[in-house]
Design a binder for this molecule. Structure first.
Ligand SMILES: C[S@@+](CC[C@H](N)C(=O)[O-])C[C@H]1O[C@@H](n2cnc3c(N)ncnc32)[C@H](O)[C@@H]1O
Length: 231
């Protein structure tokens, strides 16, 4: 097994086990530790911004518009996309995440708008108007990061929206500090990627970079970036 395959196997086992419980709590309404509460609030702020960008790009959505929620987790963005009338493909490497997404959409009668797939993103094919990959690439260092990013760009014929963990010495220190918390309160290990690497990777995949902004709250720090397929 290569180290990339091992890393994915580790992520799958984590997000289909203890990680499923942890992240469902973070994305839900349970009482949380300080670290995780800051992650929940940061994630909510990031999702609100994604919703705003989507509304600007697609003020009028119809069911022919295809969206990919790449690494859907328990389905918060899938819900946002389905509520806006996109036809959504929600993919995750962890079966429990995909099941939770389907159940969430079923509970509000929107499951007819979604297709759920348990898969590694690298095996997903198709062509989508919108590809969103939120808080997934934060788990990949190089070369896995660029490989996934390039594949997502290939799946996109319109707008690509991603988050990644930006590199700076101050953030590197913060992430090291987070490791001092007891394991039960910590966040998942994340991999920081310098901005220029992300931009070069997307440009090489034929994407034009649009807006990017930092979303920071406590222990939650990501760069939210949009890119467009040109030509
Ligand atoms: C921190 S959660 C983010 C969930 C969701 N995107 C959100 O922001 O609400 C990361 C998710 O990425 C999924 N994931 C990680 N690597 C993946 C891969 N190679 N293919 C598909 N899903 C992946 C995990 O299983 C997990 O559900």
């Amino acid at each position: 097994m290569t180290s990339a395959t091992q890393h994915k196997a580790h992520l799958r086992a984590y997000f289909d086990g203890v990680g499923f419980e942890r992240w469902s709590a973070i994305y839900g309404e349970a009482k949380l530790s300080l670290v995780r509460r800051s992650i929940r609030n940061g994630h909510t702020a990031m999702l609100n911004l994604v919703g705003k960008w989507l509304d600007e790009h697609y003020p009028q959505v119809h069911a022919d518009l295809q969206a990919l929620d790449a690494g859907c987790g328990p389905g918060l963005l899938t819900m946002e996309l389905a509520q806006r009338d996109f036809s959504v493909t929600a993919v995750d490497i962890a079966e429990q995440m995909v099941t939770a997404t389907r159940q969430k959409l079923q509970s509000v009668g929107l499951d007819h708008r979604i297709r759920t797939v348990v898969s590694d993103l690298e095996h997903v094919s198709g062509s989508y108007d919108v590809v969103c990959c939120l808080d997934v690439l934060i788990h990949y260092g190089q070369p896995g990061f660029s490989s996934l990013c390039k594949h997502l760009a290939q799946l996109c014929k319109g707008v690509l929206i991603i988050t990644y963990a930006p590199y700076s010495p101050a953030l590197a220190l913060l992430h090291r500090l987070a490791l001092l918390f007891p394991r039960s309160q910590r966040r998942t290990d994340i991999q920081m990627i310098p901005d220029h690497v992300v931009r070069q990777t997307l440009a090489a995949a034929g994407m034009q970079i649009g807006r990017s902004t930092q979303v920071s709250n406590g222990f939650y720090h990501v760069t939210l970036l949009e890119a467009f397929r040109t030509g």
